[in-house]
Design a protein. Structure first.
Lengths: 105, 293
C-alpha cells in the first residue's frame, strides 16, 4: 500500500465522519435535557436523559400506533407493487400483443 | 436465447389491467382534474367555482415571485444533482480501489439513504440552528458573519441542499459502485500498459463507460430535488425566510392548501407537469445521442 492507498483511506474516513456526524449529533441530543440541548458551546457527549426522553416521545406522540400504521402502509404498498409489476412484466415479456410496446410506462 | 411467446387473445390484457387501472385512477384522473381546476377560481365563500379560462396562468406568468421560485428550484435541483453525483462518483471510485476494509467503508457510506427526507432535514436543523447549532457556533470563531437562516436567505438554502445531498448520497453511491464493477478490468489494464495514469484512465474510460449510470442518476436526482424535497423544506424552513427556499412544488402546495387558492395552485401543478414532461423528453432525446449503453 503506497501513498495513494493512504490518501484513499483518508478521504473515505473523512467522508464517513461527515456523513455520520449529523446522526451522531441527533443521537447525542436525544440523550440531553432541554437546557443542555440549547446551551453554548454545544455539548457533543451523551448525557443522562436518554430513557426519559424516549419514554416521553413514545407517550406524547403515540409512537406505537404510528409505527404500526407505517408498517401496515409500507407492507401493503410493497406487496401491491410487487404483485402488479410482476403481472405486467410477465405479460409484456411473454405475450405478443398489440399494446405491449406502448404500455411499458 | 430464444424467447418463449404465448398466444392468448385476452390473458395479457387481463395481466396488465391492474397496472393500467392504477395509472388511470392515480395519475390520469388527478392530472385531468387539476387541468380542469386550473381554469377556475373558487368564489370568496368557497361554495362554487367560477370559470376564468386562462386567468390563473396569466396571473402566474405576470408574477415575478413565481419566476424567482422557478429559478430557485432549477438552481437548487442542479446543485443537488451535480454536486451530489460528483461526490458520489469520487467516493465510489475510491471505494472500488483495492484497499483494505472495503466492505466496512461501503456499509458505512450507504446508511443515510435509510432516512426520510423530513427527518434528514430535522437532523441538519440541529447542526445549522442559529442559536444552538454546532456549525454557526464553530463558524463564529472564524468569522463574524451571522449564519442565521432567519436573516440570510442563502443559509437555509445551503442547509436544504446539504441535507438533500446527504440523504441521496447512499443511493447514488450504490449505483456508481455497481456501475464501476461492471467496467471490464482488461480495458483499464490495457490503458495502464499504454501509459495512461489513473486520472487519464478515469476520464478516457471509466467516465464514458459510466454514462448510462450517470444519466439514470441525473434524471432520478433531478426528480428527487424537484419533488421529494418537499418534506425536507416543510419540516425545516416552510419555504422561508420570505420565499428563499420556496421551490415550485412547495409554492404550489402552499398556495393551494395554505392560501386555499385551489385554481391557482392547480395552474402551478399543470405548469410543473409540463416542465417535467419536457425535461424527461429532452433528457431521453439527448441521452440517445450521447450516452453509450
Amino acid at each position: 500500500m503506497g501513498r495513494s492507498g493512504a490518501l484513499a483511506h483518508g478521504i473515505l474516513v473523512a467522508s464517513i465522519v461527515v456523513l455520520a456526524f449529523p446522526l451522531y449529533y441527533a443521537f447525542v441530543i436525544s440523550t440531553q435535557s432541554l437546557d443542555e440541548v440549547t446551551s453554548l458551546p454545544p455539548k457533543l457527549a451523551p448525557s443522562t436523559h436518554l430513557a426519559q426522553n424516549y419514554a416521553d416521545a413514545w407517550a406524547r406522540v403515540g409512537m406505537g400506533r404510528l409505527l404500526l400504521n407505517s408498517t401496515i402502509v409500507a407492507l401493503a404498498v410493497a406487496l401491491k407493487k410487487i404483485v402488479i409489476s410482476l403481472l405486467s412484466a410477465f405479460a409484456i415479456v411473454y405475450f405478443d400483443f398489440r399494446a405491449s410496446s406502448s404500455s411499458s410506462g | 436465447m430464444r424467447r418463449v411467446v404465448f398466444r392468448n387473445p385476452w390473458l395479457p390484457y387481463a395481466l396488465v389491467a391492474p397496472q393500467i387501472a392504477i395509472t388511470i385512477v392515480f395519475f390520469l384522473w388527478p392530472a385531468f382534474d387539476s387541468l380542469r381546476l386550473s381554469l377556475y377560481r373558487a368564489s370568496p365563500f368557497g361554495d362554487r367555482l367560477i370559470f376564468i379560462g386562462g386567468g390563473n396562468f396569466a396571473r402566474l406568468l405576470g408574477d415575478p415571485a413565481y419566476f424567482r421560485s422557478a429559478a430557485t428550484s432549477l438552481g437548487f435541483s442542479l446543485v443537488v444533482t451535480v454536486a451530489g453525483l460528483a461526490v458520489a462518483l469520487l467516493l465510489a471510485s475510491l471505494a472500488t480501489a483495492k484497499i483494505r476494509g472495503l466492505a466496512l467503508y461501503r456499509t458505512l457510506l450507504l446508511w443515510p439513504y435509510g432516512i426520510a427526507p423530513a427527518v434528514a432535514g430535522v437532523i441538519w436543523l440541529f447542526v445549522f440552528h442559529p442559536s444552538f447549532g454546532v456549525l454557526p457556533y464553530l463558524l463564529s470563531f472564524v468569522t463574524g458573519y451571522q449564519f442565521n437562516w432567519f436573516l440570510k436567505g442563502w443559509v437555509p438554502l445551503a442547509l436544504i441542499v446539504i441535507a438533500a445531498i446527504w440523504k441521496q448520497f447512499g443511493y447514488n453511491l450504490a449505483f456508481y459502485l455497481a456501475g464501476l464493477q461492471a467496467i471490464p478490468g482488461s480495458v483499464l489494464e490495457a490503458a495502464s500498459v499504454d501509459g495512461a495514469d489513473s486520472i487519464r484512465r478515469f476520464f478516457a474510460i471509466t467516465f464514458p463507460l459510466l454514462s448510462p449510470v450517470t444519466f439514470f442518476l441525473f434524471t432520478l436526482n433531478m426528480t428527487f430535488a424537484f419533488f421529494e424535497t418537499f418534506g425536507l423544506i416543510h419540516a425545516v424552513t416552510q419555504g422561508g425566510p420570505g420565499d428563499a427556499t420556496s421551490i415550485l412544488v412547495y409554492r404550489a402546495w402552499k398556495d393551494g392548501f395554505d392560501g386555499l387558492q385551489l385554481g391557482y395552485s392547480a395552474a402551478q401543478s399543470v405548469i410543473l407537469m409540463l416542465l417535467v414532461i419536457a425535461l424527461t423528453a429532452a433528457q431521453f432525446r439527448y441521452a440517445e445521442k450521447k450516452v453509450t449503453y
